[in-house]
Design a protein around this ligand. Structure first.
Ligand code: GTP
Ligand code: MG
Length: 145
């Protein structure tokens, strides 16, 4: 697939790292095709992370993800899902490789700076959770000019 979905999480947004994170994303070859600053309610965070509802950290995760503004984006690149997971690094920043976004900016396992979709199917579901087709720029049309 050529698309993935990401959020700059409340910890990184609050710390003022959004610009540096977007710079890393663009320098890695991703193009932003949709994006917005928004804040999830606890209920919407719960819906977004529904797949984790049986996990012990679910409540904490939903509370954190609704605690402040985020930036949601749809990104385009060949092999987007896998390449973006490589760029962000391991879920736990203590295990994240040098040069990854989480190594640089994540504070902890819970407050780990960014989200990245884990499959093409979830990238589509998650992108559609935040955006409609009218929010997306026509990259191919622009590039052809
Ligand atoms: P996302 O890109 O955010 O989905 O992270 P991931 O795919 O690397 O991890 P996963 O989907 O397994 O978990 C979703 C999110 O739950 C993680 O990014 C963490 O923020 C959070 N999380 C995972 N494990 C724990 C935990 O043990 N404690 C807490 N507080 N949060 C956790
Ligand atoms: Mg995940």
């Amino acid at each position: 697939g050529n698309r993935t979905f990401t959020m700059i999480k409340p910890d990184a947004f609050e710390a003022g790292h959004s610009g540096d994170i977007i710079k890393m994303i663009e320098e890695a070859g991703f193009r932003i095709v949709a994006g917005k600053v928004t804040q999830l309610s606890a209920e919407l965070a719960g819906k977004f992370y529904e797949v984790h509802q049986e996990r012990p950290f679910y409540g904490e995760l939903c509370e954190f993800m609704s605690s402040g503004p985020i930036i949601a984006m749809i990104l385009e690149k060949d092999n987007a899902v896998e390449d973006f997971r490589t760029l962000i690094g391991a879920t736990n920043p203590a295990e994240a490789a040098e040069g990854t976004i989480r190594k640089r900016f994540a504070k902890s396992l819970g407050e780990n700076a960014v989200h990245g979709s884990d499959s093409d199917e979830n990238a589509t579901i998650e992108g559609n959770f935040f955006f409609t087709q009218f929010d997306e720029v026509g990259i191919r049309k622009v590039a052809a000019n």
